[in-house]
Design a protein around this ligand. Structure first.
Ligand code: 0X9
Ligand code: ZN
Length: 562
């Protein structure tokens, strides 16, 4: 963690502390140390460096979580030799993955682009916010009926948060099934906005060349927020490559004999899902109350303009799938991440199988392997995350956090993924997201379309739609659902296999899912065609023939039949 310490003797005011950050941060001779904690003592030592005040200037890229879980940390040149001495004295094995972080930063961009930055946007480059927004505006000018740009809010530094809607017509329809994708909630994870832009291009160009994609986008639009933390992203480009948080103005507090002032909130700790909850065992490791910490959760849930803007938009237009792009470690993360062994009721029947299919499609492109599981099981517990909130509070059926390349193996530069990998990452990630989009289309849009086309609609697996009742056609989706309202343990067969999996001893109770998934009676249900635009669950909630006829155009509920 990087602390901005304002020594009383040297500078008294918060302004002075903030000013000290006005110079571009050099990482000359900073080291990236990679450790694979082999025992509890090593883990405890690393946790103490992460959670308590450490004598060294450290920045944890991958915090300590469990024995065998790779820990990446950078250390300032002035502290490197003492830290290394300390590690050696404790018998802790480590590698120096990067000897000069500044050099790695300079080689992250193609040599030519570092020396002579090209003008304008490039899909194979890490672009500035202006370049990204100009590209979105250009696409909109070229295809005004396919693309809608939506300003969803302003940041602390008055930057616009720009969502691009692709497909689904020009108006916003709160009832239409849709897919949300955001990137760049963490400023330094540059591959995420670059991948989001790649997906924008795939959708826009594919609309013209791929009839299946066109049909899908006509009924299931994508809402893409390529840079969720615009202030942080620009700060990371211009001042401090390793900046993570947003740019909330500095908060100062007295600490013994000095004043400490630090800026920024970790937006992925600021959502209202177990916000600021302490982890077990104490003290909190995944979410910090210290404004100087990289995982500072903010003064309250949704205290930040960026998280407020996303919440308000999603509450108005709740999607069927929520995807948040991050880096790094090649993991496809499923809710919930706030506690180990805490899962939504449809974890093993819906969320995980789809994640496995998506990551298989991803692997088929370039052989890139992803781990699948919850962030808490595979990494560390962390509360207040956006994908947990999307699933737990907003009830989005499919919610995921994707940690893109690279994997944290022996080599690999962590957040500094070379520009030459942008296109391969885009291609493989798109293959996975396509699987997800196809699933959303077939579950939430196709049933209506079949009816609309005048064909005899096929019986629908109601359980698959997350509704009461099942069809005789397909009971697999609901047969393993757990009682609603509690977190459940994933069956052993689907538990993450790559983690340290001590047998679960407790089940953590949460307010996870609404009671919409419990199967009731078996019945063959046929659909009546009342049109095309209503969502089935609304029909079911109403279950009033006249209301159904007035509002909705298709129902599969026998009680609502005409
Ligand atoms: O810490 C985060 O917010 C995410 N990792 S990152 O390196 N991109 O910052 C992971 C969050 C996933 N959830 C849990 N690990 N619980
Ligand atoms: Zn991240």
């Amino acid at each position: 963690m990087r602390l901005a310490l304002c020594l009383l003797a040297a500078c008294i005011s918060a302004a002075a502390a903030v000013q000290s950050q006005d110079k571009q941060h050099s990482y000359r001779n900073f080291k990236l140390i990679r450790i694979n904690p082999e025992n509890d003592a090593t883990l405890a030592y690393l946790k103490s460096l992460y959670e308590e005040e450490s004598p060294y200037t450290l920045d944890f890229w991958q915090p300590p979580s469990h024995v065998g879980g790779v820990v990446d940390l950078t250390v300032a040149p002035s502290d490197a030799s003492s830290l290394i001495r300390d590690l050696s004295a404790r018998g802790i094995h480590y590698i120096v993955a990067i000897h000069d972080l500044q050099k790695a930063i300079e080689t992250e961009r193609a040599v030519a682009s570092w020396a002579h930055p090209p003008k304008g946007f490039g899909y194979e480059r890490y672009n500035s916010l202006d370049e990204i927004y100009n590209e979105l505006k250009r696409l909109k000018r070229e295809r005004p009926s396919l693309i809608t740009l939506i300003d969803i809010g302003q940041t602390h530094e008055n930057r616009t948060m720009l969502v691009v809607k692709i497909g689904g017509g020009q108006s916003l329809d709160e009832d239409a099934p849709s897919i949300w994708l955001d990137a760049g909630i963490h400023a330094r994870e540059w591959i995420a906005p670059a991948t989001a832009m790649f997906i924008v291009r795939e959708l826009v160009e594919g609309y013209e060349t791929d009839p299946k994609l066109q049909a899908m986008l006509d009924h299931v639009p994508f809402y893409i927020l390529p840079v969720m933390n615009p202030d942080g992203y620009e700060h990371s480009r211009t001042m401090d490559r390793m900046w993570r948080k947003n740019r909330r103005p500095a908060e100062c507090h007295n600490k013994e004999w000095h004043t400490v002032c630090c800026r920024g909130v970790d937006l992925n700790r600021n959502f209202d899902w177990y916000w600021a909850a302490p982890t077990v065992p104490l003290p909190a490791s995944g979410s910090s109350s210290d404004s100087c910490h990289d995982t500072y959760h903010g003064p309250a849930a949704f205290s930040e303009p960026e998280s407020i803007a996303v919440r308000d938009f999603l509450e108005a237009y709740p999607p069927k799938a929520f995807i948040s792009l991050h880096s790094y470690s090649q993991m496809w993360l499923i809710p919930f991440g706030h506690r180990r062994r805490s899962y939504p009721p449809d974890y093993s029947s819906a969320l995980r199988p789809l994640a496995i299919r998506a990551t298989k499609a991803l692997e088929a492109i370039h052989g890139t392997k992803y781990q699948v599981g919850t962030g808490a099981d595979l990494m560390y517990e962390a509360s207040g995350g956006s994908h947990d909130w999307a699933k737990g509070a907003l009830k989005v059926p499919f919610s995921y956090l994707i940690e893109l390349r690279p994997r944290n193996t022996l080599f690999g530069n962590g957040f500094l993924l070379p520009e030459r990998e942008i296109i391969p990452v885009g291609n493989e990630t798109w293959a996975a997201i396509r699987v997800l989009a196809d699933e959303v289309f077939s579950q939430f849009a196709q049933p209506f379309l079949r009816g609309k086309a005048g064909k005899k609609p096929e019986p629908i697996a109601l359980g698959k739609l997350g509704l009461r009742g099942t069809s005789t056609e397909d009971t697999t989706a609901t047969s393993r659902e757990q009682p609603s309202g509690v977190d459940t343990e994933a069956p052993a067969s689907v538990r993450p296999t790559t983690v340290n999996t001590a047998e679960p001893t407790t089940t953590v109770a949460t307010t996870a899912e609404a009671a919409t998934v419990a199967p009731t009676t078996l019945a063959t249900v046929t659909c009546e065609d009342y049109g095309s635009y209503c969502r089935l669950w609304k029909v079911f909630n109403l279950c009033d023939r006249r209301a159904v006829q007035k509002l909705c155009t298709l129902t599969c509920n026998p009680q609502c039949r005409v």
